[in-house]
Design a binder for this molecule. Sequence first.
Ligand code: NAD
Length: 509
Amino acid sequence: MSSKEHRFENMERLQRLSLHLKAQPVASGEFVSSSAEATIAVTNPATGEEIARVPDGTAADVDLAATAALAAYPGWRDTPVKARVEILFRFKSLCEANLAELTALVVKEHGKNSGEAEAEVLKGLETVAFATGLPDLLAGRILEVARGVWCHEVRRPVGVVASIVPFNFPAMVPLWTLPIAIGCGNCFIIKPSEKVPLTLMRMAELLQEAGLPPGVLSVVHGSQNVAKALAENPKISAVSFVGSSRVADIIDKTARSAGKRALCMGGAKNHLIAMPDCDEDMTISDIMNSAFGSAGQRCMAASILIVVGKGRKTLLEKLVAKAASLKAGQAPGEIGPIIDPPAVQRISGYVANCESQGGKILLDGRSWQSKSPGFWFGPTVLLHQSSKEPAMQDEIFGPVLSVLEVDTFDEAVAIENANPYGNAAAIYTMSGQTALETEKLAAGMIGVNIGVPVPREPFSFGGILRSKFGDSSDITGEGGINFWTQNIKITSKWQPPKKRDVISSSFIS
Ligand code: NAD
């Protein structure tokens, strides 16, 4: 098999990646077994077959990892940052050398197409590259603030920290936090989604190979019991979470009431506004990528299109025709499956509800549900009567684009502003003046003629409103450094020597 094929057939490796509870949890750095009796099936959503089982971990597992992390912390904290990032440089090279395998794991456990899977691994490695710059980025300010009095700042790690991640980016979202937190000198415990634990386990193996000392990284498998224990365990000082708003809210409250720092990224309902002067073809192809890429299972996916100027038939007609031509599959350009049967049911329910409320189904992806094997739902376009309908309000998290036509830009902005989420929003226009008005949109990440406005490193990623809970505004870039460090201010006073020595009399003016 060529490494470019991105296929992953090694079942023995899959089982090994899933059966171990933790990477490097104990002083010896060995994998250990979970105390849990129960295991959870990991399924390939394209085929419905079980590909692995992971332990449904316990609070005792979390405590074992936290104890190992606490023991490793003083040594790792005191390792100079330049030596810490040497390991990240090696890790990045190892990920690049194993790109085909990491890509294949993402395809197998998540279902997205191989182009999208490779792109997410590479995007994750951008954050690793950013973290290799920490020796420069952590250098604090220093200034003589009065005669002989100096203030300087030192960025100290927080201690033992934890990260809880969702299913939809098995490689990229763990890499939002892991390299920055570790590079800043923290010992790090991560809980992958029980639906996609395999890619992260392979990356943990590569970190071990890169030379990460035992106890600096632990991976604890499990579901909500492990997440709750990470938020509660007193040995852990900071928790980041990425997932739905419902759970983000729970983890944020639990962690903060236990006295921890928390940063919890939630769900999204991203609005795109197509102005009458937009470049129609460019807008359509961008909307297609945003709404249907990764089968809409992205927190940056467009889920609402507001068309300004009623009766603009060609834009919608062309969009629906293009969406109807998309094919199910996992090759680049194809639409992959949905993560599991409950998700398919949820998505289907919103389409049925739109129909019952008088909306029009311009393209119905429910026909893909009969595809077998696997869990499929095709691109869907709904034309709504009102922004109050459930499909216009809730996060559906599937390949469903809800369309509403309005007369003015101000109406579009009012609809976007009234939605409780605030992750991303975008506008399509050829007018610089209209583009400037994007600041009226209530979202943390805004696009102009770009439907997935993910800020690339060194810019930080983060939403607002119900898309983000907690103590920091952003999870990557400078926001990540702020979250994973404490800024210590040191003020020193040095008396000038009483008598200056005469060094030399050889100076000639
Ligand atoms: P989820 O909230 O169901 O699960 C996220 C994590 O929380 C998983 O590790 C899961 O095991 C754990 N979990 C689930 N229920 C829990 C509970 N009751 N208590 C404690 N922990 C629990 O999210 P998901 O379905 O895995 O991922 C999709 C969601 O993630 C979408 O809402 C998407 O918008 C969001 N997301 C947000 C961002 C962002 O940056 N804002 C990025 C990616 C995904």
